[in-house]
Design a binder for this molecule. Structure first.
Ligand SMILES: Nc1ncnc2c1ncn2[C@@H]1O[C@H](COP(=O)(O)OP(=O)(O)OP(=O)(O)O)[C@@H](O)[C@H]1O
Ligand SMILES: [Mg+2]
Length: 495
């Protein structure tokens, strides 16, 4: 059969045909998707949760699966092998240059035809459903990111975390689950990683074992390959959400209370300098993005990020993304470079996606010198911790400054620390809002104005609690009033 998507002289005849049934035993993944234990939390018994040091029984292993499952597993494994065989054939047979211009329908038709031919050749019968899935998977291998593709398309998935070819975890609703997606083997996984990084002109191999990149859809991507990754390549993807969560969504999800939202609106609108602090995946960037909605449309905002994730709604936004060095180690543009340049670009506000290094100096200086209302996030576990992290970053940047001077710089730059947290039930909440009020001696003084008060745990593991004021009026109350934000003092009441 002739097709412009097939090579003129298919090399199939000179490539020795591999009998896909004869895959060496060591190549067969030892764990099948269906037999993998799930990390999804099981409903807890109604009894109050108690700490127990007893070893929890392990989920049933493969050997304990019934025979029917075993058969099922073998068939799935066989299909995986066939898929890999067919994929090799596709690459041999398809004219890759013509593929770029092929429409989705044309390519799908071509794949269906090549796979039908190959299946009949190796005499392997599939149900029509299996055949559809196989052709879909092959399409994703050729056009997309292989087994990752369905997860990338699944809107309920926030993060995709790959620990070697047989373990692909996903995060849904703040909880990690083992998915039933697997790669055929490490080579398959490496091929997909390579596809991603080469598309953005990067390389990953033994000499450059890790890489940061952005997928075409904006998702954040990080990979580390063996031998640095000991048990197979590690991949982390933070999915890009087109619909960013806004303040109302966050209030609706219980991430913070309406009172806190009112307070934060006043704080951002009156140009307090805000740091959103939190652990990894706690919702810092989401919060920063939501807070930015309180910025007036007339302001000129410059954003600086390692991976552009923020999506500001204002008219006047300039976005910058730092750049790692190229393969020769040249051409790096750091966040600090961007920040220094940003100061010459007449910004009203500067937003740095995450302060994690030497740019801290310029960030604090910007906050202190006319670019008030600037915002950033920082990786820390509490407001106090966030301040220590800032001190450490300044110390690490090589600037010789007495600790007192460092602290007074921080105290006058930072007005507010919003602490985000991912609680153990998977929910993400602003667990505290703390104001920096000044210095007493060598100590930076702070006061908490709102916090999440945890009261208990439901039998299903859900955390019970509510938001409350601390009973202390905001240090910035007068400022709020002067700017026209008359927040009632009852806002800060203890509830
Ligand atoms: N309050 C929330 N409720 C539900 N989902 C949320 C909430 N906040 C954030 N998320 C989701 O959680 C994921 C992680 O959020 P985000 O990227 O803001 O975290 P982060 O702290 O910036 O992570 P990192 O440390 O990796 O930069 C995103 O997919 C986001 O949509
Ligand atoms: Mg982030």
């Amino acid at each position: 059969m002739f097709s412009r998507y097939r090579k003129d002289t298919p090399p199939a005849s000179d490539t020795p045909k591999r009998d896909s049934r004869a895959v060496p035993v060591h190549e067969i993944a030892s764990v099948s998707p269906s037999a993998q234990p799930t990390l999804t939390p099981q409903p807890r018994p109604a009894a109050p949760p108690q700490r127990s040091f007893k070893a929890t029984p392990k989920p049933a292993g493969i050997s304990a699966q019934p025979a029917a499952n075993d058969k099922d597993r073998r068939r799935k494994q066989r299909i995986l092998e066939v898929k890999s065989e067919l994929h090799t054939r596709l690459l041999d047979n398809l004219n890759l240059a013509a593929l770029d211009t092929a429409s989705e329908a044309e390519l799908r038709a071509e794949i269906a035809s090549i796979s039908a031919e190959a299946l009949s050749e190796i005499n392997f019968a599939l149900t029509s459903e299996e055949r559809l899935t196989l052709n879909q998977d092959l399409y994703f291998e050729v056009r997309g990111l292989g087994p990752l593709e369905p997860l990338l398309k699944d809107d309920t998935v926030n993060d995709i975390l790959v620990n070697g070819p047989n373990r692909v975890f996903v995060e849904r609703n703040g909880k990690l689950e083992l998915s039933d997606v697997t790669f055929k083997d490490e080579r398959h996984l490496l091929r997909i990683i390579d596809k991603i990084v080469s598309a953005v002109g990067r390389r990953v191999d033994e000499s450059n074992p890790y890489v940061d990149a952005r997928l075409a859809d904006g998702s954040r991507f990080n990979a580390m390959v063996p031998p640095v990754a000991v048990d197979g390549s590690l991949v982390s993807i933070r999915k890009f959400k087109k619909e960013k969560l806004g303040i109302n969504d966050l209030v609706g999800f219980g991430a913070f209370s309406e009172e806190m939202a009112m307070y934060l609106e006043a704080a951002v609108a009156t140009r307090l300098n805000v740091i959103v602090s939190g652990g990894t995946g706690s919702g810092k960037t989401t919060t920063l993005n939501a807070l930015s909605s309180f910025i007036d449309n007339s302001e000129r905002i410059l954003t600086i990020e390692d991976t552009a994730e923020l999506q500001l709604q204002q008219v006047h936004v300039g976005r910058m993304e730092s750049r790692p060095p190229n393969v020769e180690g040249k051409g790096a543009v750091t966040q600090r470079d961007c920040l220094r340049n940003a100061l010459r670009m007449r910004p009203d506000r500067i937003i740095v996606g995450e302060t994690r290094g030497e740019e801290v100096i310029d960030m604090l200086q910007a906050m202190n010198t006319g670019h008030d209302g600037s915002m950033t996030t920082i990786h820390a576990n509490s407001a106090r911790d966030a301040v220590s992290r800032l001190e450490n970053m300044i110390a690490m940047s090589g600037i010789e400054m007495p600790l007192r001077a460092v602290r007074s710089q921080i105290a006058s730059a930072v007005n507010l620390i919003v602490q985000a947290s991912r609680l153990q039930d998977g929910s993400r909440r602003m667990v505290s809002i703390t104001e920096v009020t000044g210095m007493e001696g060598d100590i930076i003084t702070m006061q908490e104005v709102f916090r999440f008060e945890r009261t208990g745990l439901e039998p299903n593991g859900k955390i019970l609690g509510h938001f409350t004021g601390s009973g202390i009026r905001s240090h910035y109350s007068d400022r709020f009033r002067r700017w026209g934000y008359n927040l009632p003092s009852s806002l800060y009441d203890v509830v």
